[in-house]
Write a protein of this length. Structure first.
Length: 182
């Protein structure tokens, strides 16, 4: 369990599937975050995936529920672990739109970075977002991510093509950010 001032990151439970299912089927949330065209997903499928992962484990990813004010407001995690070069990808989605733009996502990302660098000993964390997701890009920059590259017009975003932005942060940059040296 990772505790911040506004959010707690905790393990995903089977009971969370229903609220997460609502978030996953919310077109606004999916279009804000997604690189892939949103597809409807059934609750049954999510429960089956949860059961499989609970049984078999998830050696290639670590996911958390984002909890605020006693409720699940979204989820986040690290995945695509690269053991030799010690990097991983980060993902975050606040599904409860009441919590957008109020610093909750930023705090979740900071907790995840601390977990990735200090606890799991990764040395680079990266992510992808589409260029129209200004809220996400600003939140990631505030956590120390820098833009590393762009795949031009890579994403079809329900009506137009937008760039896919690759961002990353190295362990030294994260540490410098903590101490205010960077
Ligand atoms: C992206 C996300 C995690 C960011 O978390 P958040 O709590 O909303 O973001 P924060 O409040 O920490 O920071 C938002 C920043 O964007 C700005 N912002 C808020 N609303 C905005 C808007 N509509 N357009 C542009 N910028 C906006 C804020 O002013 C703040 O920037 P600043 O600190 O430079 O002033 C969250 O909004 C989310 O999960 N959205 C839906 C799914 C998604 O987009 N996931 C990311 C996939 S890459």
């Amino acid at each position: 369990m990772l505790r911040g001032e506004k959010v707690t990151l905790r393990a995903i439970e089977r009971e969370d599937m229903e609220i997460l299912w609502r978030f996953w089927n919310d077109l606004d949330v999916e279009l804000a975050g997604g690189g892939d065209p949103p597809l409807p997903v059934s609750l049954e499928r999510l429960r089956a995936r949860f059961d499989r992962e609970a049984r078999e484990g998830t050696p290639d990813k670590t996911n958390f529920v984002i909890e605020a004010d006693g409720a699940c407001i979204g989820q986040c995690g690290i995945f695509h672990f690269e053991v030799a070069s010690r990097h991983c990808e980060l993902g975050v989605a606040i599904g409860d739109k009441e919590y957008w733009g109020r610093g909750y996502g930023r705090e979740a990302v900071r907790l995840l970075l601390d977990y990735a660098f200090r606890v799991r000993n990764f040395r680079r964390v990266w992510l992808e977002t589409h260029a129209a997701n200004e809220r996400a890009i600003r939140a990631y920059k505030a956590c120390g991510f820098v833009e590393e590259g762009r795949m031009r017009e890579h994403i079809w975003l329900a009506g137009c093509f937008v760039d896919n932005v690759v961002m990353g942060i190295l362990r030294e940059e994260w540490r410098a950010n903590l101490t205010g040296d960077g």
